[in-house]
Structure formats: structure tokens, C-alpha cells
Design a protein around this ligand. Structure first.
Ligand SMILES: [Zn+2]
Length: 483
């Protein structure tokens, strides 16, 4: 089968043997061939035929290096291995994507693969996937030593919210992506080997060579830096776009500016006003019932003198109380009643842990109501979210905190928290950008007035909890209209 890109030499002992959609490169080491990526299952024969057009035999392939586990780079492996007996190398983190085989050798960052006259440096450059690998080696052409390099995965779709949510991946992969780009800037590359043919215009250059152009169009030491710049700029853009398209307006304890907080009335009003998220607080009664209540005691919202702590009330006793806001009142509700009414809705839920020891129960209810992908569990207590993450690693968690500092960032990265929640009055554009570059979603809290609300939107937060969701919805509409 003929490829839609004419097989050609990239430089020295390195050749293109892939297709337009899926690059595949071969290195002739003098003691066997190395393939970097093999493309789709259906195009394994194209790779084999491209090798023979160049005068090589697939039987001589000894090593297959995979840039990452996605099918467009790896599905052809069984077809090539069956004909060659080649050993497959990849980072273990990408096993989840492979179909019908596992690697023979797992790579480690900084490994050097030696075969014949070639030594390939393998760097772990996660972002596009958890186990993306980038490869570098020297070749020689016309007596000149040239460094060939490939960036093993630069596509952004895989770090956008719909994809991360669908596959239960952490937002922190965005942070890894940025760090990988930064690290790759330190590599010198004379010949940029595209992981997809459009990265380095393989087809055009192959045609130029076939037409007998002067010099080698693949040798261009500026291309690598330009590609990294473009990749970074694109990443910035998709994240910035998402702060608009995926923004979450959380009705904070419901529409609590207008209704008795954390009640059905308040939650329904928030949804009616256009909130696409609900924030609420969970505590436990003396007899072990999880209820939605913010304060330690009912006094502020249920009436003076009610100074016993919620944890000293039974559920029967709490049911007797009324939560009041102006002329309105409603009942305290159980967490499971809330879930019964709201979990099925297309909303995002911010569930704040207000007491120790309830992490396991809260996690179980989130699982039971099938809302793992639409809930974020938060707390001001870093231990609570650490506990729930240990209990249910698949849950997204976030820390409510005042300011943004290095220590907290490091703690949250270490526990794989997805959300950083600074107090609205400390939110600046620089800080939000910095948190995005670490990989966090940024959600502001303590939005006590409209000025803070507008500032948090303008600074690029991904969402905020607000007592007056109607005003936030209106402001965001107005912004879109203006833009
Ligand atoms: Zn991929």
C-alpha cells in the first residue's frame, strides 16, 4: 500500500515512513532499524511498504519507540511486531491507551537507547498524555553532525475540560504540559521530526526533495523553537477560551442573597436565575445524618439563642427549625434529599466539608448518585480534602484559601487537587494565569459585592460562588455582547 506522503530521508540515517495523519520515522543504525511510532493498525502495511520502497526490510526492525499510547501512534504495533519481532518501548503511564499489547520495556526519564551507531535520549514530557515521550539523537549528513528531535505529543484537545472529565484525568496535566514545553526549550534541534506530518510540513518537504531541490529542507534549527512557541500560545488560548465556555456560576448556598441559605427554595431559585452550579456545605448531626448547613450553630439563620452546635442536634430536632431570610423561610435539608432533587441535573456541584470524619460518607453518596464527574469537594481544611482524595482518588477536590502562595500550590499539586479557590479580594490576573499554568481550575469565593464579582470574571477565573447568581449571569452576558 502506498502512503499519501512519499517516503523520504529526513537527514542522515533518519527517514519518514508514515502517512499524512500519523507520522512514523525509521533510523538505520547500521545494526538494525529503529521505528519511532508506527501509526494506525490499518496503515501498518503502508509503513512496511514505505520501508521497502527505501530499500529496507521490516524484518530488520529491532526497536519500536512509541511517543505515547494513543492509537494513531501505536495501534500498528502488533502488525509490525508480527513481521519483525521488534521490542516495544514506552512510558508505563500510557498503558491505558494501548490496544492488544503492552510494551516490552518501560522507559524512564533520561534513558538512552543504544543500537548500532545511534544513541537516542528519551525524555518524559507529559501533558498531551501522562506518559508522552520526546526523543533526541545525532545523525550525520555531508560530514555535519545534526541533532534530530521530536516532541512526542502536542495536541491540546486532550487537556480540555470535556476530555479530562470524560476520562477522569486531572487538570494538572496542563501544568505538566507547560513544564514539558519549558524543558524542551533547553534542547537544541537541527532537524525537527514531526510527530504529525503537519508539525514540520513533511509532505511539502518530501515533494521538494523528490523535485530535486537544493539542500535539505528538513534542516532548519529555528523550527523547533517556533513549534514550541506555537504550542504554548495555543495552550494559553484554549485555557483562556475555556474560562468563558466552561465558566461555572455557583449559586452559593443557593441564591442566598434572596432566600434562606442551603434550602430547597434557595437552590431552586439559583437554578431559576441561571446558575449552572450549586455550592453547599455538609455537616453531620448527633445521630449521624448528613445535613446541609454552613454555620457551626443554627443561631444566625434560625433564631437567637440557638447556640448548640449542629453536631449536638438530632435530625428530628433540626427538622423543627426554620431557616429564615427576610420574609421567607424554609427547612434544613438532608444531603441525600438534596442529591435526590439535584444530582441528575446538568450542574456542577461544589460540596464543602464543614466537619471532620464525614469524608467517606460524602464520597460514597457522590458515587451513589453518579456525580463523580460533576462534583468538586472543597474545604478550608487541607486535611479534609487530603482524606477524601485518599478515600476516593477519582474525586476532584479543591482548597478554599485566602491567598495564593508557593507552599499551597506545591501541597495541592502533590495531592492531585484540581481546583484552587482563592478569596475574591486577592484575585489578580497574574495570579490566575500562574495558577492556570500550574494546571488548576481557579474558582473565587467570598464574592461579597459586584465589583469583586466583575474583577474575578475579568481576571479569568473559571468560576465563582456567588449569593446573587442573577447578577453574575447578567454580567457575563453583557461581556459577551460587548465582545
Ligand atoms: Zn495523541
Amino acid at each position: 500500500m502506498l502512503s499519501d506522503i512519499r517516503p523520504c530521508k529526513l537527514a542522515g540515517n533518519c527517514y519518514f515512513v508514515g502517512t499524512y495523519k500519523a507520522s512514523s520515522h525509521m533510523i538505520d543504525t547500521g545494526d538494525g532499524l529503529i521505528l519511532i511510532d508506527v501509526g494506525y493498525r490499518e496503515t501498518a502495511d503502508v509503513v512496511i511498504d514505505s520501508l521497502s520502497i527505501l530499500g529496507y526490510d521490516v524484518k530488520d526492525v529491532k526497536i519500536i519507540l512509541l511517543s505515547h499510547g494513543h492509537g494513531d501512534h501505536s495501534d500498528g504495533v502488533p502488525g509490525i511486531v508480527a513481521r519483525s519481532g521488534a521490542k516495544v518501548y514506552m512510558f508505563e503511564q500510557d498503558n491505558r491507551y494501548l490496544k492488544g499489547f503492552l510494551p516490552d520495556v518501560y522507559l524512564h526519564d533520561g534513558d538512552v537507547i543504544k543500537l548500532g551507531n545511534t544513541e537516542i535520549l528519551c525524555l518524559h514530557t507529559p501533558g498531551h498524555t501522562e506518559g508522552t515521550a520526546s526523543y533526541f539523537f545525532y545523525t550525520e549528513e555531508n560530514g555535519k553532525k545534526l541533532r534530530v528531535g521530536t516532541y512526542g505529543g502536542a495536541g491540546h484537545k486532550q487537556v480540555m475540560k470535556p476530555f479530562l472529565d470524560k476520562y477522569g484525568l486531572t487538570y494538572l496535566q496542563r501544568g505538566m504540559f507547560y513544564r514539558s514545553i519549558e524543558r524542551l526549550r533547553g534542547e537544541h534541534v537541527d532537524v525537527f521530526m514531526g510527530n504529525h506530518s503537519w508539525h514540520n510540513k513533511t509532505r511539502e518537504k518530501s515533494e521538494m526533495i523528490a523535485a530535486g531541490c537544493e539542500g535539505n529542507p528538513f534542516i532548519d534549527e529555528t523550527l523547533w523553537g517556533k513549534f514550541l512557541d506555537a504550542t504554548e500560545a495555543h495552550l494559553d488560548k484554549v485555557i483562556a477560551d475555556e474560562t468563558v465556555s466552561e465558566f461555572v456560576t455557583y449559586a452559593h448556598r443557593g441564591a442566598s442573597e434572596y432566600c434562606p441559605e442551603n434550602t430547597m427554595l434557595s437552590f431552586y431559585t439559583g437554578v431559576y436565575m441561571g446558575a449552572n452550579g450549586i455550592e453547599t456545605d455538609v455537616r453531620r448531626t448527633k445521630d449521624g445524618v448528613l445535613v446541609l448547613f454552613h454555620d457551626k450553630t443554627p443561631e444566625r439563620v434560625c433564631g437567637e439563642g440557638l447556640t448548640r452546635e449542629i453536631s449536638d442536634y438530632t435530625w428530628e430536632e433540626l427538622r423543627e427549625l426554620n431557616v429564615v431570610k427576610g420574609e421567607l423561610s424554609d427547612k434544613i435539608i438532608r444531603f441525600d434529599d438534596f442529591l435526590e432533587h439535584f444530582a441528575h441535573r446538568d450542574l456542577t456541584f461544589a460540596i464543602e466539608l464543614k466537619a471532620a470524619g464525614i469524608e467517606g460518607e460524602v464520597a460514597e453518596l457522590i458515587r451513589k448518585y453518579d456525580m463523580v464527574k460533576k462534583a468538586v469537594v472543597t474545604s478550608f481544611q487541607i486535611d479534609y480534602i487530603r482524606n477524601i482524595k485518599a478515600y476516593a482518588p477519582e474525586l476532584r477536590v479543591g482548597l478554599l484559601t485566602k491567598e495564593i502562595n508557593d507552599e499551597t500550590v506545591a501541597d495541592l499539586v502533590a495531592m492531585r487537587a484540581d481546583e484552587y479557590c482563592p478569596q475574591a479580594k486577592y484575585v489578580t490576573k497574574e495570579q490566575v494565569t500562574r495558577l492556570h499554568r500550574e494546571g488548576f481550575r481557579v474558582r473565587a469565593w467570598g464574592v461579597t459585592n459586584e465589583e469583586l464579582m466583575r474583577n474575578a470574571v475579568d481576571c479569568g477565573c473559571d468560576g465563582m460562588t456567588v449569593n446573587f447568581p442573577d447578577k453574575l449571569v447578567a454580567y457575563r452576558k453583557e461581556r459577551v455582547t460587548k465582545a
